[in-house]
Write a protein that binds this ligand. Structure first.
Ligand code: HEM
Length: 107
């Protein structure tokens, strides 16, 4: 389910980019929420003896909070102006989501 959360966020982002819309969407919010809830469950220090890399998990949590902030800003802005978010903000959502997955797999 944790990886499905990543797939939902990143897939929604790719779909927006491929369609040329470059908007932040509710689907990205839901994917990120799924990543957070399942990530917290995975990060629980049980069963006894599990060996977790907490610095790595902390870095991913920080990245997730930043993505959440960007999505919140993007959604609010789109509601206000009706326009797609600035391209840099849109790009940052995808790059940071991919970076979190890279940290998860490579660290
Ligand atoms: C956008 C945010 C995130 C993405 C894209 C992401 C992605 C991933 C991926 C792909 C894995 C599997 C890695 C592997 O098995 O090699 C993983 C594992 C894991 N994630 Fe995340 N994650 C995110 C956020 C979080 C957060 C916020 C937490 C906890 C607060 C968390 C906790 C964990 C834990 C405990 C594991 C299993 C152990 C490990 O491989 O480190 N993740 N994550």
């Amino acid at each position: 389910m944790h990886i499905v959360g990543f797939a939902i966020t990143f897939g929604a982002w790719v779909a927006e980019a491929a369609a040329g819309r470059f908007r932040t969407t509710r689907v990205m919010d839901y994917g990120l929420l799924a990543s957070l809830l399942t990530g917290l469950a995975l990060a629980a220090p049980w069963p006894a003896g599990v060996d977790l890399n907490y610095p790595k998990i902390g870095v991913k949590l920080v990245i997730l909070v930043v993505i959440g902030g960007l999505l919140g800003m993007g959604n609010a802005r789109q509601r206000r102006t009706g326009e797609a978010v600035p391209r840099g903000l849109f790009a940052a959502v995808g790059v940071l989501t991919f970076a979190a997955a890279a940290v998860a797999v490579l660290w």
